[in-house]
Design a protein around this ligand. Sequence first.
Ligand SMILES: [Zn+2]
Length: 428
Amino acid sequence: MEAKRICNFNDISLNTETTLCFNFILLSYATINFLGNKAWLFIFLRKKSLILSMIRTIQLRLPKNDSLLKTLRINAQIYQQIVNAGYQNKTFNKNKLHRLTYKKIRKKYSNFPSALIQSVRDVASEALKQTKLKKKIKSRPNSALRCDKRTIRINLKDNIATMSSVSGRQKLYFQQNRQSLKYSDWKPIAATLSYKKGNLFLNIAVERETPPKIIANDYEILGIDRGIKNILVSSNNQFFNSKHFRKVKCKYQYLRKMLQSKGTASARRKLKKISGRERRFVTDTNHILSKIIAESDFKVFALENLSKIRRPKKEICLGKKFNRKIGNWSFGQFEVFLKYKTEVLGKHVCLVNPRNTSRKCSGCGHTETKNRHGSSFKCRKCLFELHADLNASRNIAILGITEYGRLSVNPPNVTVELPVTSLSFQCR
Ligand SMILES: [Zn+2]
């Protein structure tokens, strides 16, 4: 037991009382053990950020299984017990929690696998840490159960998973879905078992090494301007107008206002339902848009860094109406989606400073507030005329080139006149 503990790479603790020779043997055994095991090496390198990996989560529906349900129920009870012990003894330290509760739990729930007890303890410890031990935590009757490689094994190719439960190892055949097909060659690293609306679900984290980044030329950098009238305008003259989007958004806004003024219980229920539907509509829109952009021929996508736009400084007042519009449109979600969709393809997303992108002339670089009049742009210096959003997207592309790390002396070919394509964006 002692030797095993010492040889564990994560916990190399050498006893000072043992002889030097014994120490040396153990240390070399630990090193051989460590180097011989590629998995450990991989984890070590990843911890040191030498290997970059992508992690995605997929959800699978499991067939009905009584012993898994029972495991989930006991999981909630154990979780409550550990959380209570942590709260009473004012600790979220995993070792202390283990010493406080493990033996009691093992005695009370003798058929609950010990590896699962440890993962429940970890989850409880994290929850206690989050609340800073200031308030009591109450578990739900079917709270989710975290599994690791000891307690679950998933084969996405054959659609089989085996999992520890109160009545031994369970073999689960799950139905293939779009996600499991897409990520079938990724490596499952962890999973959570949950129970929702009468169904058992498995949320699986899958991992793959990040593909090497493609090296792009200046003309392969696309500038994207995100706005309110046009959701997106890209520097290759593509317009995604928001007519349909705004129509749907206005409908929900109106419904929300009506229901809020009513204030009855049924109105609140309906409100909740509507907010879910609206959120799904926005997510769907962002998925479609980011997919179109990511799968285009361009290799680098430049976006404005809008992370500070939601919270303008007190001196800068953008107006109530503008703030509402900004708040309504989830710019951030599009960015996240685009980033992970391009990552798989080895493409880049770079963020540029949004300052003056709509006031600057993309032809000569002259910056003046009067250059812009609503949706039209006319340079006061070189009389260059263009749609204001398109001009902004070209400025973003130019900034993107700088950001990408290659200060170009030549202007990018974004100013080459391409036919303007307007895509009136239609949602399902
Ligand atoms: Zn100009």
